[in-house]
Design a protein around this ligand. Structure first.
Ligand SMILES: C[S@@+](CC[C@H](N)C(=O)[O-])C[C@H]1O[C@@H](n2cnc3c(N)ncnc32)[C@H](O)[C@@H]1O
Length: 281
């Protein structure tokens, strides 16, 4: 089938299940995958042919509800492709705010810890944007660490990334090891989990999403224990859920910290920086 017809066919078929703008975006992503180009470049290939059989195979799997990145094995983050499979969270566009925040405040060289590294998007993007950094990544999931390793190889940063299987900050002695601890931790409450889209609930790993009863448990753990692992002038940088700016601010205040927020495109306080000096206790 010609790409121009395939685009129309896929968009119509996907609209049965998805809002129109998302159906169009996914149709482009499927064709980009088949043509081995970026989604924008599909528009330059409208006269080329794509195999009907592969197209239908991808479409029928997508119509079962399986998220497209798990079918294609790829998701884009900060303009770069990352390998993904079930077992890791699919990178979200709002997480890019955390990278922008990091690039605004971080010194030109240092050592970071990516807590809950998942597919590796945060640590690997930082290593690519800041060639003088090295990174440690910890995750409780073996599957996630395998995917992070694969992505580190894909992007040529494996010599600067050390992966550790472990529970949160337990693998580390209380020493000032890091310039920054960055984390997109699980931050959904048990209750909110039940309200998530079926695609997320049924396909993405629960351990990557749910933090506990309130959704703030992981932040509390980080704020209580991470400062001891930071070098002088070091900082903690975390992603927040769209409605967590205020509760996070209150939690940080209770523990004696000030917070610098950065908003996402929708105006939500999405990422938060806490500096080490601000609590000397
Ligand atoms: C929201 S995902 C973030 C993944 C990735 N950093 C990203 O931004 O796409 C949270 C990650 O934390 C990991 N995780 C959950 N509980 C953990 C724990 N106690 N210790 C270490 N990692 C944990 C999950 O396996 C998951 O990979």
């Amino acid at each position: 089938m010609k790409v121009s017809s395939a685009l129309k066919f896929l968009t119509e078929a996907l609209t049965q299940k998805l809002p129109e703008d998302r159906a169009k975006r996914e149709a482009l992503e499927i064709l980009a995958h088949l043509l081995r180009v970026s989604p924008l470049n599909v528009w330059l290939k409208l006269e080329e042919e794509v195999p009907n059989e592969t197209l239908n195979h991808i479409l029928s799997r997508r119509l079962t509800g399986k998220p497209l990145p798990y079918i294609l094995g790829i998701a884009y983050f900060f303009g770069r492709p990352f390998y993904v499979e079930r077992g890791v969270l699919i990178p979200r566009p709002e997480t890019e705010v955390l990278i922008e925040h990091f690039l605004e405040v971080a010194p030109p060289q240092g050592v970071i810890l990516d807590l809950g590294i998942g597919s590796g998007i945060l640590a690997i993007t930082i290593l690519l944007e800041r060639p003088n950094y090295i990174a440690f990544g910890v995750d409780i999931s073996k599957e996630a660490l395998k995917v992070a390793q694969r992505n580190a190889n894909l992007h040529g940063v494996s010599s600067r990334l050390y992966l550790i299987l472990g529970d949160a900050l337990k693998p580390f002695k209380e020493k000032p090891l890091f310039t920054a601890i960055v984390s997109n931790p699980p931050y959904i409450s048990e209750e909110e989990f039940e309200t998530l889209d079926e695609e997320v609930r049924l396909f993405e790993p629960r351990v990557a999403l749910v933090s506990g009863e309130t959704g703030l448990e992981f932040y509390e753990l980080i704020l209580k224990h991470a400062p001891k692992l930071l070098q002088d002038g070091g900082f903690i940088l975390v992603e927040l859920g769209y409605n967590q700016g205020k509760p996070f601010y209150e939690l940080a205040k209770t523990l004696g910290y000030k917070v610098d927020f950065k908003k996402d495109l929708l105006g939500y306080q999405r990422s938060a920086v806490i500096w080490r000096e601000e609590n000397t206790s």
